[in-house]
Design a protein around this ligand. Sequence first.
Ligand code: CA
Length: 668
Amino acid sequence: MFKFSMFKNRCGLLVVLLICFFVNNTLYAQTLEDVTKNSDPSQYGLGHNLNRFSVLEQVNRNNVGNLVPVWNFSLGDNRGQEANPLMRNGKLFITSHNATYAIDARTGHQIWKAKHEYPKETLVCCGIVNRGAALYKNLVIRVTMDGFVVALDALNGKQVWKAKAAKPEDGYSMTLAPLIANDVVITGVSGGEFGVRGYIDGWEPNTGNHLWRFYTIPSPNEPGGDTWPGDTWKRGGGPTWLTGSYDPELDIVYWGVGNPSPWNPSVRKGDNLYTNSMLALKPKTGRLVWHYQFTPNDAFDYDGVNEPVLTELDIDGKTHKVLMQANRNGFFYVLDRVNGKLLKANPFVSKITWANGIDLKTGRPILSERTKNLKEKGDSAEIWPSAFGGKNWAGMSFSPKTGLAYVNTFNRGWKYTPFKPEFKPGVFYIGMDFEWLKTDGPTGYLKAIDPLTGKSKWEVPSSVPMNGGVLSTAGNLVFSGSQTGELYAFDSQSGDVLWYFKTGSGIIAPPTTYILDGVQYIAVMSGLGGAYAPFSGDKNLKEINPGGSLWVFALTSTNAHNTSKSIKGESILLKQIDTVQVVKKTKRSPLSASAKKGRILFNHTCSHCHGINRVTSGSTTYDLRTFPKSDKNRFINSVLNGKGLMPAWNGKLDNEEVEQLFSYVISD
Ligand code: CA
């Protein structure tokens, strides 16, 4: 599969065993050496191949039971924490939505903190978060919610440059960690639910000068422009909200593109390039080398932004430089990253109803009957995976030691009803109505996936989908955090839970690891938020409080603080199985005409914080089902002027619409 096992397979009876052993180890060592170059804790994803694999093995499956927290750092912030901590020269650099921190990586003492104020009205679809920084020479470079790229002096946090990258008033925001490739800072934008036109930018890292912009939605006279009818390209979506990867030998950056706008495809017949695609770009110029579209004319918010993970795989006797992606649409793709040719595409989740498979010859999905009827006749349908995808944003880890990809997967479906899309600034531009479907069984799994078949070597079910990302190490360990707050260590070969520790809030961030003075540390952010907690209505999160902090762990010689050891995964992660709150319509009074309009408006404007159909997990936002019917003035005042963390909607919603919202909120 990869070099190591490939040569092992070739060492058959014809070869002297001893030579074979030598060859194996030599190649294994060479491969690990390659990996070591890319196993760098100062980089997002532990390297620009985004493998999230560390060669460190001081903490390993034999001693991980002795892992204890050595310090904890509070951010004084209740928003979701998704940052990938970066470690360089004994300092940790972390980000939140409104601050950047430098911390002593040994002791947890703050070295500096730089605040980033931004208008509360900044629009975000799926969680107010920041996913981390990029380090370049003496600079810490990050993006802000309100569309800036900012470079700070790593010594003192003082701003060195600041560049405007996106206009929040047009529906854009920024949450990703920048990528540095061939001395160019590369950033992307969010906003696929607000009818933006997506793009990727290149910046000169020392000055912040703008080098290039690649629009992910071509204009009519550009290649691909004919895949959009009329002027639909102007609000065509194609956000670029997750960090790409980089191959320095080919000098190519790989970057995923998100969903077309609106979700309902009825107004934009065609393939809608380059939405739901992987792009291969030259970092110095932004020139497109190739593209591959996973989901042409996507209807289901499947995006295509999930991380492109780079490695080498042996396929049918030939070694390929590949790009792997576990796509939201439920298929695990392997592409030849030199030319973009599709090599493999297999399901990695058990339930996919939108397509029957991927045609390897054409690279296109084979649509199911229900998807055809939804698109052609406007029928509603039960679609799996839901908009959360078979996998969401959380970075998977590829271990060259096991040849497996470790992936946080989702098992959630939705009922999808198309209706006529209407564009209105600041309101979801999706043109459909939906509700979550009840899942029989676990709603998520951590899976150890064979990239060539999509099949799992092992899987650990969980009552709440894990959605922070995965770290694998040469110590035969896999780390991943749960939204209920536990950081887990699994055996990379068997999936057995070897250790866990309950952090203060829920974990929706990727763990990382680094070594200092001969001590290996594991670090992870804790702080519930993001898209799933407010949006899903998952009641298992009801008792999980928000509160951002960074936790750092190391081995201790004693076992005094150890929470658990050698416990099978099923017994820990599957705490409660009844996850989804299904609204029992039969027991409810029919909605008034005003409340009916209010419900659609609610789902398009309020649901990303207060839950679809008012059903929220109750953990990070106010549960509007408890709002007193007699308090209309307070409701109107809060909606128009904002309250607490909620932005003001005055100017975006008129009085009649606020009345409709109130009618819906107080209805039975
Ligand atoms: Ca999207």
